[in-house]
Every structure is written in structure tokens, then in C-alpha cells.
Design a protein around this ligand. Sequence first.
Ligand code: GDP
Length: 139
Amino acid sequence: MTTNRTFTMIKPDAVANGHIGGILDKITSAGFKIVAMKYTQLSRRDAQEFYAVHRERPFFGELVQFMTRGPIVSAILEKDNAVEDFRALIGATNPAEAAEGTIRKMYATDIAENAVHGSDSDENATIEGAFHFSGREIY
Ligand code: GDP
């Protein structure tokens, strides 16, 4: 089933570097509507669970350390073709390979500290959104 929603996080690097406003402007200017949003910090357990699919990867420990080191902004976004269009807007995982004008090209530091998360499928968008928000927090 395709949905018109995706899930994002502005990661600790981008929050610490003062890019919340710039990134939200890119998101809303691209036609995404924010239907849920919060400023929060992930616990170690949250990050381990959220990224469980990567637990066998060599960078898992670093990833959990990074994602828990400071506050993030998490949000659910709505737009036609949300998952695919948002992945295009954020650009490649490694900002060195991201296209000009993408959020990661503009705001990411490197492949680890890459400024934003974007769901990679409709199924994961639903799971990730439900991990961060209760039904009452989504409009
Ligand atoms: P995404 O879907 O573009 O976010 O990329 P992946 O699902 O492959 O990886 C998830 C996240 O793990 C990335 O967004 C990075 O924050 C982090 N990551 C990916 N590759 C590396 C790596 O080689 N080293 C480290 N430290 N982190 C990585």
C-alpha cells in the first residue's frame, strides 16, 4: 500500500549547528505538510531499537552514540509520493555524493553525521512514525 506520509528526523549534528530553521524551510518549500513534530532526545535504547536493522553493521555503535548525543527534531510529513520525493530532497546518504541543492549537500558533514533521516519505504514510514508519535500527536 502506498501512503502519502513519510517520517524524518533532523539529527543531532544539524540541530547543534543551528540548521533546524533552514531544513524546515527546505521541507515546507518543497510542498511537504508537517502533520506531527517534536523536539526531543533519543535514549540509547530508543536509538538501538530505531536502527535495529543496522545492528550487525560495523558502524552501529557509532551510529547509536551519534544519534543520542543531543536533541533531534522528529516529524511526520505529508505530500503525494512522500517517501520517494523526500529521499530525493535529502539526497544520498554520503553528502559527498548528494546532488546540489539537497538537504544533505547543504547541511551534512559526512556519511555518519548526515543531518537528516528519511524513511526508505511506505512500510518503514508507518513503523517509524508510530515509534515516535502517538495517534493523538498526529494531525
Ligand atoms: P540512509 O537511509 O540514507 O539514512 O542510510 P542507511 O540506512 O544506509 O544508514 C543509516 C544511517 O547510518 C545513515 O543515515 C548514517 O547516519 C549512518 N551511517 C551510514 N553509513 C555509515 C558509516 O559508514 N559510518 C557511520 N559511522 N555511520 C554510517
